[in-house]
Design a protein around this ligand. Structure first.
Ligand SMILES: [Zn+2]
Ligand SMILES: [Zn+2]
Length: 137
């Protein structure tokens, strides 16, 4: 895996403390946080960092493919520092987003290519349901 330092150097982008903080936070969590959650989580350590700065840092990280943006509908986005293709599942009740591990859906690319004249390069698969916390209420 390429480090954030070499990626930013290659792209001739400035590696600001804010960009590093946002990336490190995303690397440390499996929760697929929104920009607002990242902002709140970083507040104690970076009290001067604005929500706009978090958005800008995320935009840059997504542009250089260090972070993937998940569109969870209704204009809401979540962020994931795991950029390898993997399926996600979202709870329709509380909105949490989890990775589905141990299953590879890349075989779908071959299946789908039989139904279109595209060369399929990747896919993003979302499942929806209710999580165990919500099921236990
Ligand atoms: Zn839930
Ligand atoms: Zn994920």
């Amino acid at each position: 895996m390429e480090s954030i330092t070499s990626v930013f150097k290659d792209k001739k982008l400035k590696l600001t403390p804010q960009r590093i903080a946002v990336y490190k936070y995303l690397k440390s969590t499996k929760e697929h946080p929104s920009a607002e959650s990242i902002y709140k989580a970083l507040q104690p350590e970076y009290p001067t960092m604005s929500l706009a700065t978090v958005y800008k840092a995320l935009k840059t990280l997504v542009a250089v493919n260090l972070v993937q943006e998940l569109n969870v509908g209704e204009g809401n986005f979540r962020y994931d520092a795991e950029v390898e293709s993997h399926p996600h599942i979202q709870c329709l009740s509380c909105g949490r987003v989890d990775d589905i591990m141990g299953i590879n859906l890349m075989y779908l690319n071959d299946t789908v290519s039989d139904y279109s004249d595209y060369t399929i390069l990747s896919n993003k698969v979302y499942f929806y349901g209710t999580c165990s916390d919500c099921n236990n209420i």
